[in-house]
Design a protein around this ligand. Sequence first.
Ligand SMILES: [Zn+2]
Length: 274
Amino acid sequence: MGLFSPFRAARRRRILERSPIGDGLWDWAIKEHRIFRWLGPADAARLRELATVFLGEKRFDPVGGAALDDRLRVSIAAQACLPLLGLDLDWYSDWSTIIVTPREYGVSKRDVDEAGVVHEYEDEFSGEAFDLGPVALSKLDVEASGWGDGYNVVIHEMAHKLDGRDGEFDGCPPLPRDMGYADWRAAFMPAFEDIREKAGRAPKRRSRRRGPRIDPYAAESPDEFFAVCCEYFYEKPFVLASEYPAVFAQLARFFRRDPRGEGRGDPLEPGPIL
Ligand SMILES: [Zn+2]
């Protein structure tokens, strides 16, 4: 994505030379997060470069007394850049700030329904991707991400950014030339209908009746379905591949990677780091 810019390339080269992520810090980040275990040496090295440039280009803005240290910064950068291994950093070039809150935060919402009645309510957010604006992440939720259990607030919010890159948050990012929008819809629409149906009849209490294996939050809307599928693609790839194989296949083509550890040495070349 984007045209080659010699100025940007020079700036990124300077970041790589002058502000490298230290070995100890990087080794910690890779070992700490189970979602990096499938990476081969070439992808691990590329992820380190992407994360380094990401840290140099994005501004972290802690609010509400959130304590931000190097580990948290590198943890966010590495997880945010994981989906870019087969893409490039320009996918994130339309925003620059990461707001970090200490924990989930309440937001007062106000809706007017069709009858003109105003509803005011509190909503809880663990993260948020603002249209053309910053990304907000709760520190507690970042620390709960990357363990391979299906939950990843960083990848979730980055997925919204990829989705909205064409100006529409509709569960479909702009696709490369070798992929088709009809194929994308044919994979995602029936899967979304399926999870809506399963979420609708999921029992309120635990039972042996089978509910969705994917977080039912995915049933909210097509864009949330895409974001949650991206979480599972990296957090629990085998679950996503068995539950919605066509969705998994589309995501593997889009991200140009297979986190099940297959297809290393993918012949599809990633974009240039600079
Ligand atoms: Zn979301």
